[in-house]
Design a protein around this ligand. Structure first.
Ligand code: FAD
Length: 301
C-alpha cells in the first residue's frame, strides 16, 4: 500500500474564503498578493468582513468591488446591525445594490471590546434575523448568515440558538456559515441537530487556520470555540519553532477539511486571515490544484 494515497478532488467540492479589509499600505499589499494566489483555486465565493459598528464601511465595499472587478471573484460584503439605525444600515445596503454587490453576509455584530453586553440600537435592527428580513424584502441579495456549532455565547439555550438559525434561513437566507470549530465531530453533530430541526439549506463549516496557537486559544475563549485536549498536545512545544508550528497547522487544517469532505460536506469555508499559505496547503492536500491559466499568468509575472 502506498504511504500516501494522493486524494482525487472530492467530486463537487467547493471552497469559499473570508477576508478582512486591510488597514495600512503594507496590509493592503499583502491582502492583494493573498487574493491573487487564492483566486487561482477558483473559490465559489469570497466575503469581506464589516468592522465593529461599521468602522470599515467604505473599506469593506471597496475591497469587495476590487475583488469582483480585478479578480473576477463572486465577492460578498458583510453587514452588521450593531450601533447603527435601521436607516443607516439600509443606506449601506442600498449602496451595495448601486455598486452591483449582490451577496450580503447579514450579522448582528458585537459591541466594541470592553463596551459591555450587546444592547440593540434604539432605532436599529435588534438581531440578525431582523436585518435578513429587511434585506430579503429588497429582493436584490443572496443572503448568508452565521451559525454556531458550539452555541453562540449569549444564546438563551442551544435550542433557542438553533431556532434563531432556522428563523434566519426561513426569513430568506440561502446558506449559513459557521463560527470556526476545531473538532470536526462538533460540526457533524451540529449538522445532525440542524437537520432534525428541519433546516435544509446548506451549512458551510468555517475552518480557521491556526497562525498562532496561544493567540487562537485566547480568542476562542471569547467566541465560544472549544480547544480540544488533543490540540493542546499537538501544539505542545511547537511555538518554539516556526516551521514546526506551520507544519502542524497545515496538517490540522487539511485533516479537518478531509474529514468533513469525507462526511459529505461539499462546501468548505476558510477564514483566511488574509494569508494564503495554510489555506493553499489544505486545498493541495484535498487534491485541489490552482487553475492552470492563473498559475501560468502568475509565473509569467
Ligand atoms: P444573531 O443571529 O442575531 O444572534 C445573536 C445572539 O442573539 C445569539 O445568541 C442568538 O441566539 C440570540 N438571539 C437571537 N434572537 C434573539 C431574541 N429575539 N431574543 C434573545 N436572543 C436572541 N462580526 C462583525 O462585526 N463583522 C463581521 O463581518 C462578522 N462576520 C462574521 C461571519 C461569520 C461567518 C460569523 C460566524 C460571525 C461573524 N461575525 C462578524 C461575528 C458576529 O457578529 C457575532 O458572532 C455576533 O455576536 C452574533 O452575530 P449573529 O449575526 O450570529 O447574531
Amino acid at each position: 500500500r502506498a504511504l500516501w494515497d494522493a486524494p482525487a478532488p472530492v467530486p463537487g467540492l467547493k471552497i469559499s474564503l473570508e477576508f478582512f479589509p486591510p488597514r495600512g499600505a503594507q496590509a493592503e499589499a499583502r491582502l492583494w498578493e493573498t487574493v491573487a494566489r487564492l483566486a487561482a483555486y477558483a473559490p465559489d465565493f469570497v466575503s469581506v468582513t464589516y468592522g465593529a459598528g461599521g468602522s470599515t464601511r467604505d473599506k469593506t465595499r471597496d475591497t469587495v468591488l476590487r475583488m469582483r472587478r480585478d479578480y473576477g471573484l463572486a465577492a460578498a460584503a458583510h453587514l452588521t446591525c450593531v450601533d447603527a439605525s435601521r436607516a443607516d444600515v439600509m443606506a449601506v445596503a442600498e449602496g451595495y445594490i448601486a455598486d452591483g454587490i449582490d451577496h450580503v453576509v447579514a450579522l448582528r455584530g458585537d459591541p466594541p471590546q470592553g463596551a459591555g453586553p450587546y444592547v440593540p440600537h434604539p432605532d436599529g435592527f435588534p438581531f440578525a434575523v431582523d436585518l435578513v428580513r429587511a434585506l430579503a424584502d429588497l429582493g436584490r441579495f443572496e443572503i448568508s448568515v452565521a451559525a454556531y456549532p458550539e452555541v453562540h455565547p449569549q444564546a438563551q439555550s442551544a435550542g433557542a440558538d438553533l431556532d434563531n438559525l432556522k428563523a434566519k434561513l426561513d426569513a430568506g437566507a440561502t446558506r449559513a456559515i459557521t463560527q470556526y470549530f476545531f473538532d470536526p465531530a462538533v460540526f457533524l453533530r451540529f449538522r445532525d441537530r440542524a437537520a432534525a430541526a428541519g433546516i435544509t439549506r446548506p451549512i458551510l463549516p468555517g475552518l480557521m487556520p491556526v497562525l498562532g496557537f496561544q493567540q487562537i486559544k485566547r480568542f476562542s475563549a471569547a467566541c465560544g470555540a472549544g480547544i480540544p485536549d488533543w490540540m493542546e498536545r499537538l501544539y505542545d512545544g511547537a511555538d518554539a519553532d516556526e516551521a514546526t508550528h506551520q507544519a502542524v497547522s497545515a496538517m490540522l487544517l487539511a485533516e479537518q477539511a478531509r474529514v468533513l469532505a469525507a462526511e459529505g460536506c461539499a462546501d468548505l469555508h476558510f477564514y483566511t486571515l488574509n494569508k494564503a499559505e495554510l489555506t493553499i496547503s489544505a486545498c493541495h492536500l484535498l487534491g485541489i490544484r490552482p487553475r492552470a491559466e492563473v498559475a501560468a499568468a502568475r509565473a509569467a509575472g
